[in-house]
Ligand binder design. Structure first.
Ligand SMILES: Cc1cc2nc3c(=O)[nH]c(=O)nc-3n(C[C@H](O)[C@H](O)[C@H](O)COP(=O)(O)O)c2cc1C
Ligand code: SF4
Ligand code: FES
Length: 610
């Protein structure tokens, strides 16, 4: 920089650039500061966003509704266009980077450059473990050859319908036991009802409403409000709210029942209620229906059948614990459930059995990690679903820093029965000294997959023989995953171990959400392990290095015919010891199990060492 009299000049690449006098320089800086910062919204994009969101409320759009707004924009425009994100940030009085970092976190949001045309339609094919066993890869290849010129074909992680694998999802319509012909028929049904393939000028024109053939309907067998009330529904809630059954008695009943959280962690429900109840109000309730653990589909099954039983349990919990507001977080993949739940909630609001707390139904956006409770709270607050460090625990500081009771859908589903019929109704169930019943989501090589309500402590062999009609024809039991992707893999020789919380840890596994995937003698445990490790690598939120790098590196190493067991074990130790949340901590389980129980498959010695 050279000073020449009262003028300032800067030499860049030998070319002098004059900035004028110091006063002129100060003026131009002042002018620049008055300019609005960052990219400014285009009028057409603002119009488009306002058309979807409606006029901005006087106190601004709620920040926590960001993900809902992103969904609304994508539903209306087929994707998230960058100009719309700029306009949305403006409308929400947020920085563009804040909007962008959320939109880009969730798998279900598709961000496009302006002018890019969104895919006309997306067909997702689940390539989770149960669907892969049932031929998902073949279906993907067939679809790519047959329809990929007209629709986007994308693999997807478990969509929660493993009992009818392989599953394809055309827009928002799931097709079980899907074949190429089924998917083509569904595509044609939708096309014929909307006419020809729509063309788009990307930024302004709204996306046509999806035809019903591509949308999941309300489940036809679901119990509606009238039938539920006719069968005595909501009486239990009324008894609790009017103190005919006092809250202390409900608490004692829940504790005596021994019901433990059915989302995976198994924390005793009654104890959790007491902890949250003892916190200063206001308190909140967050319901976890993210059901992302591959192999798990129990919550969906019960929700489709009997939504009001769940709502009654939820309202009893909210009343006893003193929760003022309730947030229900439902995974995006469950379109039919969303319609079912929205209808049940409006029925409830139209005919409330008691004064209702505020209830909000929130829509996930395709991120498995949002099932982890603190990540779910982040997502409900409208942020990236990154798990929080603990302490503080969410029971003390949860949503917006307030004490929060978080429960899995199914845990709340059983509340009414237990309060109504007493603790023993639940605790007297069980085998081999275990208590209660468990809803096993069984898939893979069994004759009759599905949700099986069975006593806690039942063994895998009993579960298959008594509840699943035996093994699928042509398959002999070889191995099983007792707790979805996270819970490890056990050999057939351990098919007589009682299945419950705490019974599988000595074998390096856990039951988690009781998602049982059964492998036959033609399958390999190493393929299952690789499938779930790729899932973890895709779903890691990336916050901690051991998990982000470790899962990806492990997935790469697990492809080798002969495993580098030393490196994999090192990775497994670091992931298990140094990850913030359960995803990274459980990700090494498949590696450890293959080395321990199936070393012959990966060229390792029986003690797992190279
Ligand atoms: C990676 C990860 C994913 C999880 N996914 C779910 C889920 O999809 N649904 C669920 O209810 N719990 C899930 N959990 C467990 C929750 O963190 C939490 O323990 C549970 O929702 C609490 O409810 P409960 O006590 O009724 O089980 C997950 C945990 C981890 C670590
Ligand atoms: S362990 Fe994995 S998923 Fe969990 S916080 Fe760390 S990076 Fe995210
Ligand atoms: S629906 Fe495909 S693995 Fe679960």
């Amino acid at each position: 920089m050279a000073h020449g009299g009262d003028r300032v000049s800067i030499t860049v690449h030998m070319k002098p650039v004059s900035l004028g006098s110091p006063d002129q320089l100060r003026d131009s800086v002042r002018r620049a500061r008055k300019q609005p910062k960052g990219r400014q919204p285009e009028v057409s994009a603002l119009d488009a966003v306002q058309a979807v969101l409606g006029p901005r409320p006087a106190d601004g759009h709620r920040r926590d509704l960001l993900i809902e707004h992103l969904h609304a924009l994508q539903d209306n425009h087929g994707a998230l266009h960058k100009s719309h994100l700029v306009a949305l940030a403006h409308e929400m009085r947020m920085g563009l980077s804040q909007v962008y970092e959320v939109a880009s976190f969730y798998h279900h949001f598709l961000i496009l450059e302006d002018g890019q045309t969104p895919p006309h339609l997306t067909v997702r094919v689940c390539d989770g473990l149960s669907c892969s066993l049932a031929g998902a890869q073949v279906l993907i290849t067939q679809l790519q050859a047959a329809v990929a010129d007209r629709v986007r074909v994308a693999p997807a992680p478990c969509v929660g319908r493993c009992e009818s694998a392989p599953v394809a999802v055309v827009h928002q319509r799931a097709i079980g036991e899907a074949t190429l012909a089924d998917v083509q028929a569904c595509l044609s049904a939708g096309h014929s009802s909307i006419g020809s393939t729509p063309t788009q000028s990307a930024t302004v024109k709204a996306w046509p409403t999806a035809p019903s053939a591509w949308c999941e309907p309300i489940h036809p067998q679901g119990v509606g409000m009238a039938a539920y009330i006719d069968a005595g529904g909501y009486q239990c809630l009324v008894d609790v709210v009017t103190a005919r059954v006092p809250p202390q008695e409900v608490l004692q009943t829940m504790e005596a029942s021994g019901l433990r959280g059915l989302g995976g962690a198994g924390f005793p429900m009654g104890r959790k209620w007491r902890i949250v109840r003892d916190q200063p109000g206001p308190r909140l309730l967050a319901v976890n229906i993210d059901e992302g653990e591959p192999g798990t589909f129990k919550d969906r099954t019960y929700l489709e059948r009997d939504p009001h039983r769940f709502l009654e349990g939820m309202l009893i919990a909210a009343h006893v614990v003193g929760c003022e507001r309730i947030y229900i977080y439902l995974r995006d993949e469950y379109h039919g459930c969303r319609a079912t739940l929205a209808q049940a909630l409006s029925e409830l609001q139209a005919q409330p059995p008691c004064t209702l707390p505020t209830i909000e139904l929130r829509r996930g956006a395709g991120a498995y990690i949002c099932g982890e409770e603190s990540a779910m709270l982040e997502s409900i607050e409208g942020r990236r679903g990154e798990p929080r460090l603990r302490p503080p625990y969410i029971a003390e500081k949860g949503l917006w820093g307030l004490p929060t009771l978080a429960h899995n859908f199914e845990t709340l589903y059983w509340v009414r029965d237990i309060v109504q019929h007493g603790a023993a109704h639940f605790s007297q169930q069980g085998r081999q000294g275990r208590h209660g019943w468990r809803s096993f989501s069984v898939s893979g090589r069994v004759r009759e997959p599905g949700v099986k309500l069975a006593p806690a402590g039942i063994t895998l062999r009993e579960l298959i023989d008594e509840h699943c009609g035996g093994m699928a024809p042509g398959h002999d039991l070889y191995a099983y995953l007792p707790g979805g992707a996270s819970g490890g893999i056990l050999p057939a020789s351990l098919a007589d171990v009682p299945l419950d919380f705490d019974t599988l840890q000595p074998h390096g596994c856990f039951i988690g959400s009781a998602a049982v995937v059964v492998l036959g003698h033609l399958d390999r445990a190493r393929d299952a392990a690789w499938n779930v490790m790729r899932f973890f690598a895709d779903e890691s939120c990336g916050q901690c290095t051991p998990c982000r790098v470790g899962t990806a590196k492990a997935a790469a190493l697990m492809q080798a015919d002969v495993w580098d067991a030393t490196t994999l074990q090192d990775l497994a130790h670091v992931m298990g010891d140094a990850s913030i949340c359960g995803l990274g901590q459980a990700a090494p389980n498949p590696i450890a199990c293959v080395l321990r129980y199936f070393p012959h498959e990966v060229g390792a010695s029986p003690d797992g060492l190279p």
